[in-house]
Design a protein around this ligand. Structure first.
Ligand code: GDP
Length: 201
């Protein structure tokens, strides 16, 4: 897919206020500093469509961007556990769970993980939560330029083994680097294929 246009539409913290049209949307989420803003800028060919961070605690907003005037790229803030008083139960921030459980236009989520790290409980728990709620997702491994090819292979293999402890099938995954522009075409083509299939239905 060629990106002809990419425009910011709106930010808000309430899923009810998200765009009302029925364009398909794809949500990008991960822990802060995972490289999400850089990835969005790489995908859209813009230097600062999504603001690159270094600002933990930035306002927790759902950010909609319209791409080629026919689909939404949604930039969600880093997830974390919300504090639930008098309970040790871990839950994700409310607006994130609301967004994923209520947003009918959502076609697929992309969960970003830093390829250098061992599987982090919060990432695995978030994927499990998506699975329990029937929300399709792919994994995007970021910062692949930081590892040599053999190490990439080993890290992916280790990640798959952990996933196989709870998942019957390995989710779709992409290996990316925003610094070296790796994985861009694969991701955009994947989205394009889904969009084309949706149009055919
Ligand atoms: P966000 O908090 O998830 O939006 O992450 P950012 O995109 O702001 O990136 C966090 C840090 O990781 C910044 O210092 C980026 O320069 C760095 N970074 C992001 N993507 C890459 C990448 O593909 N390769 C390398 N080497 N560094 C990256």
């Amino acid at each position: 897919m060629e990106i002809k246009s990419a425009e910011f539409v709106m930010s808000n913290s309430d899923v009810k206020k998200c765009p009302k049209d029925r364009l398909p949307e794809y949500a990008f989420i991960g822990r802060s500093n995972v490289g999400k803003s850089s990835l969005i800028n790489m995908l859209t060919h813009r230097k600062s469509l999504a603001k690159t961070s270094g600002r933990p605690g930035k306002t927790q907003l759902i950010n909609h961007f319209i791409i080629n005037k026919n689909w939404y790229l949604v930039d969600l803030p880093g997830y974390g556990y919300a504090r639930v008083s008098k309970s040790t139960k871990k839950v994700f921030q409310k607006f994130i769970t609301e967004y994923f459980s209520k947003r009918e236009q959502l076609v697929s989520a992309f969960v970003l993980v830093d390829i250098r790290h061992t599987p982090q409980p919060i990432d695995l728990e978030f994927m499990a939560w998506l699975g329990e709620h029937g929300i399709p997702f792919s994994i995007i491994f970021t910062k692949a330029d930081k590892l040599k090819p053999k190490a990439i292979e080993n890290h992916i293999e280790a990640y798959k083994n952990i996933l196989l402890e709870t998942w019957e099938e390995i989710p779709n995954y992409f290996i990316t680097s925003s610094s070296k522009t790796i994985g861009k075409d694969e991701l955009l083509n994947y989205i394009e294929t889904i969009n084309n299939n949706l149009n055919r239905d």
